[in-house]
Design a binder for this molecule. Sequence first.
Ligand SMILES: [Fe+2]
Ligand SMILES: [Fe+2]
Length: 134
Amino acid sequence: MSLIKWTPEEFGTSVTQHDEEHKHLFGLLNGLHASVGSGERGSIGRSLDGLIAFVAQHFGAEEENMRKAAYPALDLHRLEHEKLVKTCVNLQQQFHAGATEITEETTAFLRDWLKEHIPHVDRKYGPTLSSMQP
Ligand SMILES: [Fe+2]
Ligand SMILES: [Fe+2]
């Protein structure tokens, strides 16, 4: 069973690029969740690294588009991104140092963060950014 599923009703932002990135992100999180289920540390590490790298790339893409569109809430939005990246990088370092494990609590935390952030924070850039789409 997937941990999280993208639907336009719950997660659509009306910015195609970011909707596609969110779908990809969900796939990576579901992959991490499956790795956790397998209990195989090497697979968990690879899934975690891939997910965190894509999160950083996606946040960068949103911030770049918000900057180009002179989106007024960019600073607040960026702050939310920075907090999550910090948490993820700490987790990643701790995991690779053998000091912590990635569990279903970790993947549930990430799922809940996305379920809060995309509909309530990302969606707000929809009107501004969708008018800039080609
Ligand atoms: Fe996003
Ligand atoms: Fe965002």
